[in-house]
Ligand binder design. Structure first.
Ligand code: GDG
Length: 464
């Protein structure tokens, strides 16, 4: 099997300790047979590097480049997270386009391409992740790289009517078609991408067929990301008996317990969720004093203004809810912006009667799967899930809600809190079976098989 080369914005360097983030979690344990992973080091330097530093670990080698502060601002804070992220999450009102940021996005992609081209072997399979690096394939081709290159988008896609808001929209689509394989999380995202292809490039795709673009086939398909559910279930069982698990259990003091775990991000629908919790205590007085909601919202992208604004809003809302409903011996909402260890998270999920996953848009949402995996099958909790998360295409036995309607979330919280054991078990069994079908490993295998099976850029079919 050819060597796999992964490229993503950040690399999970073991020396730095893994940070919260979907990609890190999904890929971590998969490449045991040797692979190379290139990305930003997380460090700022006087200039953006075009040669990588190698960190050999034996199984999986890492290669990192530093970014200049200006490039970090333009590429990462600017175009990637203040234009593409809000656009692809249907928040065009939050988009802040700036031509210099766009230039920075291009030049950082070129720097990645140069650093990568030096490290490549002829039969490497290159797998590029996410919206930060859309122009990378084109930049690699410009340097003469002939390897097969695949792209996976972790976030949603938007229909042409929304995509057209982006300056250089058509150019970005062409950049996506420079890959040999383009993968999405969910059918809806693929459908929206096809809408863009039709509208901008007049390309109509026959279902199941590759797209032909400039004389080359481009495979476009869905590759829903998964987790290692059974391992997470074991971790949850073990962690519930840990010191932290015990402390949590004692502090809940027999009340019902609801949990939310999200990066502190406006796409995750946290203000509406907080508001919904306020309504729950308003409209269903029987839950007052009897329910505790823990929201873990690890701080994220703190250099982006919109994230600072969101944090202030949540600080205010949580203070208001607690001020209004708390009693001297009961705090209804526990809100923390520090990250928690993965083992503790697993144990906390297991203790929660309700898991709240209410993003306004989400590529997949791994927390939904982790919550289900962590449950005790004999006394499982209930997942409340946004219909606008990719995960909702499959996890239909959750209580599915519209995250824009806080009262619908309230009703779902209430229904989940009072749901009888039989129904909880029934739903959980089906959900657990579903989340075991797609694992982190099967996701990687499916994508890489699609990539390995494609013709090379010279048009020759490949032997595996
Ligand atoms: C992107 C897409 C897609 C969260 N807080 C802590 C913590 N986490 C972990 C969760 C989960 C991961 O981070 C977050 O993954 P999500 O999928 O929920 O969301 P994004 O970070 O937005 O990820 C998303 C994903 O990529 C994968 O393709 O599903 O749609 O937006 O695993 O558990 N982990 C720890 N402490 C925390 O405080 N240890």
């Amino acid at each position: 099997m050819a060597r796999v080369v992964i490229v993503s914005n950040r690399v999970p360097l073991p020396s730095k300790g893994a940070k919260a983030g979907g990609l890190t979690v999904a890929l971590k344990d998969v490449f045991k047979q040797g692979a190379l992973w290139l990305g930003w080091s997380g460090e700022l330097a006087a200039e953006t590097a075009t040669s990588a530093k190698i960190h050999a670990t034996g199984k999986l080698d890492f290669a990192t480049i530093d970014l200049s502060e200006q490039d970090y601002r333009r590429f990462y804070v600017g175009f990637a997270n203040s234009v593409l992220w809000p656009l692809l999450h249907f928040q065009p009102g939050l988009l802040e386009f700036d031509r210099e940021d766009f230039e920075g996005y291009l030049s950082v992609n070129r720097a990645y391409a140069k650093a990568l081209a030096e490290l490549l072997r002829p039969d490497d399979l290159i797998w590029v992740h996410d919206y930060h690096l859309i122009p990378l394939a084109e930049a690699l081709r410009a340097l003469g790289v002939k390897n097969r290159i695949g792209f996976f988008l972790h976030v949603p896609f938007v229909p042409a009517s929304v995509f057209s808001i982006l300056p250089s929209a058509e150019w970005l689509l062409r950049m996506m078609l420079a890959y040999d394989v383009v993968g999405f999380q969910a059918r809806q995202h693929l459908h929206d991408f096809e809408d863009c292809l039709r509208n901008f490039l007049n390309i109509a795709r026959q279902s199941g067929e590759p797209i032909w673009f400039e004389g080359r086939p481009v495979i476009v398909d869905t590759f829903p990301i998964g987790i290692d559910s059974r391992a997470f279930a074991r971790q949850a069982k073990k962690a519930a008996g840990s010191i932290a698990g015990h402390r949590l259990f004692e502090s809940i003091a027999g009340r019902s317990f609801m949990i939310g775990v999200d990066r502190l991000d406006y796409s995750k629908g946290l203000p509406n969720r907080f508001e919904a919790f306020g309504y729950l205590l308003d409209r269903f007085p029987e839950h007052r004093m009897h329910v505790t909601y823990l929201q873990i919202a690890a701080r994220s992208r703190e250099d982006v203004t919109e994230y600072q604004r969101l944090k202030h809003e949540l600080d205010r809302l949580s203070g208001e809810i607690n001020g209004r409903y708390a009693d001297f011996d009961w705090q209804p909402l526990r809100y923390m912006t520090r990250a928690v260890s993965r083992a503790n998270l697993a144990g906390f999920h297991r203790q929660a009667r309700v898991g709240l996953v209410t993003p306004l848009r989400d590529g997949m949402n791994l927390v939904a799967k982790e919550y289900v995996a962590a449950q005790d099958p004999e006394d499982p909790g209930v997942l409340v899930l946004s219909r606008l998360a990719g995960a909702a295409e499959d996890l239909t036995e959750a209580i599915i809600i519209n995250p824009y309607d806080p009262e619908e979330i309230t009703e779902a919280m209430h229904a989940a809190l009072i749901m009888p054991l039989d129904e909880r078990k029934d739903r959980h069994e089906k959900l657990f079976e579903k989340i075991c079908r797609t694992t982190a490993a099967s996701y990687c295998r499916d994508f890489l098989n699609a990539l390995a099976g494609t013709a090379t850029s010279t048009g020759m079919p490949t032997s595996q």
